[in-house]
Write a protein that binds this ligand. Structure first.
Ligand SMILES: Nc1nc2c(c(=O)[nH]1)N[C@H]1C(S)=C(S)[C@@H](COP(=O)(O)OP(=O)(O)OC[C@H]3O[C@@H](n4cnc5c(=O)[nH]c(N)nc54)[C@H](O)[C@@H]3O)O[C@H]1N2
Ligand SMILES: Nc1nc2c(c(=O)[nH]1)N[C@H]1C(S)=C(S)[C@@H](COP(=O)(O)OP(=O)(O)OC[C@H]3O[C@@H](n4cnc5c(=O)[nH]c(N)nc54)[C@H](O)[C@@H]3O)O[C@H]1N2
Ligand SMILES: [Mo]
Length: 662
């Protein structure tokens, strides 16, 4: 992003034309950043409430805030002789390298408690690891070189807008696009073929396609023989599949399957874009294995213009992003709420530091989280806004935004690495996370000498300079802020992942048969495993995907779109059967909660699915995640320490607020 500043204020923001992936464009949220940065609701001072029952935050000085924190930390250390009762809860509010300063500070204390796991993408990462033992992805700009792109549960028109021009370019060159999604998304509008399937059944569709391609002689024999292992065992399972049953489980018409198969048969290079949305199911990881196996069987992996696009791991190469383990006690994100697991020792959680995280709207079953947070004696939230989570804290600290601090920005999708320079002074009294952690370290080093070896640097720049690792130097070719100041760095990686077809597995082959998967309790081969489905009592899937104009719980304060209250989208025919009017307030419920919410007719939603966008709605008290149970995805533990969250396996019913009596 390029910011223009006049008299110390942001006046204009634009994309950077030298960024080859975004090509000088921003998304709608990006263009609205001035409004966000200077929003009247933004936190201006540290706020404290001395008594949780009184519920009133008062502004306090930073000195007072630091005193409160140090006094809590000293108390913990004096009681236990360590900091294990101090916890960190952080995730994706800002993934810049700067923000991992908090992880590094906590880890430097010789062991604290860190809540671990990813609600985002971990099942898919584990899945892709089984076959290749690495997470690689071609340069997404290569996608134009495909002649067939299949998007599985990925909605870039909402969530990855910069990909759309590449999709258009590929279409203009005569290529075809297929979108596979239970919802008729904005992305589906640009597809040549849209397949609406039942959630959680993609693996079966992929398996059927692999079987027929193989039987039609349309698989890549050279790849299967020279670069892969275990296809025969896989095929033995595929052979048993029944087409009619399979298509009925997926809920798709035979014509759609035939068209898909024909296009797959004749395409030169197929790219599969797998969304993170796809894996938010109890069988999500296994479904991704099945899709990747389809790509491998056709020989698309390592082929120019072909392959699987999910994410790559190069954004996590910096020094301070590698500190999660060490002496820390790691608590599984899905289970820490039930209390400390016995395996983690009985040390309680007496203080929790929440940053870049809004679990009260973003985690499953927030009612439980709220109860658990209320049991923790002292909570600090570092935020830009007074979120539902921050409201539960004792101390709320105002953080700077990326316009007001230095940072290094990497991506888990494209290949650019950029310096984020400070453009304007911090908003009111807000401070950067580096500054907060450094100020605390200085004080701890005085009050509890020897407990906090966190390095005190003179500036953010100096701190960031110390984060470059050998791998960053090797992959991005930069070793300091000064190098990045010269311009955006590009990862020096092969444009097409696995072009050599030498995989990172012990045999160097692509593994259709994975012993590791088997040891972890999964089928050795990537066959479909049935997922969850609705019951008579709760006959609707509740899908809660990502909105184009918000970023998870962020950006909701802006006037980017009309809807300021949560609404449930329902197929008009389903609604009419239930005598629900368009715009009527209804009740959506399951065993966990009942939410009163406005219904909107939408033909983009199938008859058995209800859609509510996830996030934080400014004009409604609804947190849609109150209906979402803590249900794990099949995979995720290997890469993130906990299984992911099967957000999209939520089942509900819907009714009128007052049933009509005739
Ligand atoms: N504008 C915007 N951009 C964002 C975000 C945002 O909140 N707003 N969030 C960012 C983050 S944190 C993430 S993780 C990514 C998420 O990016 P995506 O993965 O693209 O987003 P989702 O909305 O979770 O899911 C995409 C689609 O998956 C579909 N889906 C659900 N279940 C299934 C299934 O079983 N099979 C198939 N085929 N489709 C299924 C949903 O209907 C949805 O249309 O986006 C990032 N970008
Ligand atoms: N129902 C449902 N729930 C979901 C999902 C879904 O698809 N459906 N998606 C899941 C996914 S993929 C993800 S990644 C998670 C995301 O959930 P979270 O990790 O909680 O992410 P955000 O809501 O984006 O941001 C959290 C907070 O970080 C704050 N923040 C932003 N920038 C900064 C900063 O620079 N410093 C500090 N200290 N704070 C900052 C924001 O104000 C915000 O309140 O949600 C998950 N929850
Ligand atoms: Mo995410």
């Amino acid at each position: 992003m390029i910011s223009s500043v006049e008299n110390g204020r942001l006046t204009h923001i634009s994309g950077n034309p030298y960024h080859s992936y975004t090509n000088g464009k921003l998304c709608a949220k990006g263009y609205s950043y001035i409004e966000k940065n200077e929003h009247p609701e933004r936190l201006k001072h540290p706020y404290y409430r001395a008594n949780r029952d009184s519920d009133r935050f008062v502004p306090i000085s930073w000195e007072k805030a630091y005193d409160l924190i140090i006094s809590q930390m000293t108390g913990i250390y004096e009681r236990y002789g360590n900091f294990l009762s101090l916890g960190l809860y952080k995730y994706s509010g800002n993934l810049g390298v700067h923000h991992f300063v908090v992880d590094e500070f906590f880890s430097s204390l010789g062991g604290t408690t860190q809540i671990t796991g990813s609600p985002c993408s971990s099942a898919g990462i584990d899945a892709l690891f089984y076959s290749t033992c690495a997470i690689k992805m071609s340069d997404p700009e290569q996608i134009c070189r495909s002649d067939l792109i299949i998007l599985w549960g990925s909605n870039p028109a909402n969530t990855n807008i910069h990909l759309v021009p590449f999709l258009s370019e590929m279409k203009d060159a005569g290529g075809k696009i297929i979108v596979i999604d239970p919802l008729m998304t904005k992305t589906a509008e640009m597809a040549d073929l849209y397949i609406q399937l039942h959630p959680g059944t993609d693996g079966l569709l992929a398996n059927l396609m692999t079987k027929y391609l193989y039987e039609a002689g349309a698989c890549d024999d050279v790849f299967l023989q020279n670069h892969a292992a275990g296809f025969d065992e896989f095929y033995q399972c595929l052979k048993e599949l029944d087409t009619e049953d399979g298509l009925s489980i997926c809920g798709i018409a035979e014509e759609a399957a035939v068209l898909l198969l024909n296009w797959l048969k004749h395409a030169r290079a197929v790219s599969h874009i797998i969304g993170f949305g796809l894996q938010r199911h109890a069988n999500g990881g296994q479904n991704i294995r099945a899709i990747e196996a389809l790509a491998a069987a056709r020989g698309d992996i390592g082929r120019i213009g072909g392959g699987v696009y999910y994410s790559h791991g190069h954004s996590g190469l910096f020094q301070n992003q590698q500190v999660k383990g060490g002496l820390n006690r790691l608590l599984d994100m899905n289970h820490w709420i039930d209390g400390i697991q016995p395996s983690a020792g009985q040390m309680p959680l007496e203080m929790l530091w929440i940053t870049c995280r809004n679990p009260l709207t973003q985690d499953p079953h927030p009612q439980r989280i709220q109860r658990r947070l209320q049991e923790i004696p002292f909570i600090v939230a570092v935020e830009h806004f007074m979120t539902p989570t921050a409201e539960l804290a004792d101390l709320v600290l105002p953080a700077t935004t990326h316009f007001e601090e230095y940072d290094i920005v990497a991506s888990y999708w494209h290949r650019e690495l950029a310096l984020n320079e400070q453009a304007v002074a911090p908003f009111y009294e807000s401070r950067s996370e580096w500054k907060i952690m450094t100020e605390l370290a200085k004080r701890l080093q005085l009050t509890l000498p020897g407990t906090c070896p966190f390095p005190v640097y003179a500036s953010e720049e100096e701190y960031l300079n110390s984060q470059f690792t050998e791998q960053v130097k090797r992959i991005y070719g930069v070793s300091s802020i000064a190098d990045l100041r010269k311009g955006i760095a590009l990862a020096k990686l092969e444009k097409t992942a696995w072009e050599s077809r030498e995989f990172a597995t012990p045999s160097g082959r692509y593994l259709f048969y994975s012993h590791e998967a088997e040891e972890d309790g999964f089928p050795a081969v990537p066959v479909y495993t049935a997922g969850r489905s609705p019951s008579e009592q709760y006959p609707f899937w509740l899908l809660t995907p990502h909105h184009a104009y918000t970023l998870n719980s962020q950006f909701h304060y802006l006037d980017l779109y009309e809807e300021k209250e949560a609404a449930v989208r329902i197929h008009p025919e389903t609604a009419q059967q239930l005598e629900i009017f368009n715009g009527e307030v209804v009740v959506v419920y399951n065993e966990q909660d009942a939410l009163t919410i406005k219904a909107i007719y939408s033909r983009r939603v199938p008859r058995d699915i209800l859609l509510v966008y996830q996030g934080w709605y400014p004009d409604s008290i609804i947190s849609i995640n109150r209906l979402i149970p803590v249900l794990e995805t099949d995979m995720g533990k290997k890469s993130s320490g906990a299984n992911g969250v099967a957000f999209y396996d939520t089942f509900v019913n819907i009714r009128k607020v007052t049933p009509r009596n005739y």
